[in-house]
Design a protein around this ligand. Sequence first.
Ligand code: ADP
Length: 382
Amino acid sequence: MTPKQNPTYHAPTVGILGGGQLGQMLIQAGIPYGIQFHVLDPDPEASCQPICAHFQTGSFKDADTVFEFGKNLDVVTIEIEHVSVDGLKRLAQHGVKVYPQPEVVALIQDKSLQKQFYAQHGLPTSDFVLVNDQDDLLSKATFPIVYKSAKDGYDGKGVQVLKHADQLPETSVFPGLLEELVDIDKELAVIVARSSTGESTTFPMVEMVFNPAANLVEELISPPHVSQQIQELGAKLAIQLAEKLEIVGLLAVEFFLNKKSNLLINEAAPRPHNSGHHTIKANAVSQFEQHIRAILGLPLGNTKAFGHAAMLNILGEPTENGPAQYSGVNPLLGIEGAFFHLYGKKQVKPYRKMGHVTLLAHSADELQQKIIQTKNLLKAHA
Ligand code: ADP
């Protein structure tokens, strides 16, 4: 009989490529695990800088820099997917545990490969066709349609809704893909964690409301205003995708629910995600702690939600530039179940993500009232 495995825990050294707010919250969750965090980011004033054991200023897009940064660490992970895959591959060959795996990062970096993966594996997604250049686009497009550059898009950059042929900006980057313009009823997300042991678990589905001017998530609501059936289907699809990718770590799966109630996978991010910030306060384990557990091969935590929750991004006011200040903090914190979380960014810029507010409530109505109150109160400005 083989003895039951009960390995000794050694607090590891963990490297994070990217030093923004997602990294910052990952470090906050990892400190109780005794982890020493090393962070690589080009900005010497990145959010992680004051709170990590070792901060290196440098490019996470450069393979040599990534390799030198991570070669003596136990585990290397990411908080942004636009990193050097060659650097990650070299680290993995060198014996460093790289989670998410370099192959998964490469697939996610390319929207065309991502969509083809969904189609090949029978996962529901909107219809699409690949295009190489502008002529190819014009010959294949039936308007209205959506054009997406295959690479380097995030927060809506590189996504264009085209109503007519003459709407294509000269700045469009090719190759890319044309996607059916989905008649969106709701945008939803499910974060799934898959451990290096193969265990998978999902967080409850959330509804995302976008700021149309900034193309950023402005508001999250949990539970979403959709049926239990849709919530369960989202969880099932997220687990299927995580398992087909064999990812280790978090995978945030973004969905469109169309007006015919079809749930379609839009895209996925292999890292902690804006759609899970509320989990720090609103769920038994946060997305950040779950990522730590997953990449260290530890048992995953209970993702149960305590009740109704919302997350509001604190975005820089549209015309503000300069040293950051916040108004409305005192009355906000006077609201029961309101918490704020700043990312330590010194400068405010229009629509810059400066922090977020989490609101907890006992009912959907109470939550809605608190959302309105918070939006009227809190402003980030110079
Ligand atoms: P990014 O990776 O930059 O976040 P997304 O693919 O998520 O890009 O697109 C950004 C936003 O554009 C989505 O949240 C959605 O509102 C809109 N969008 C993207 N694809 C479509 C589509 N096929 N039909 C309708 N709207 C879309």
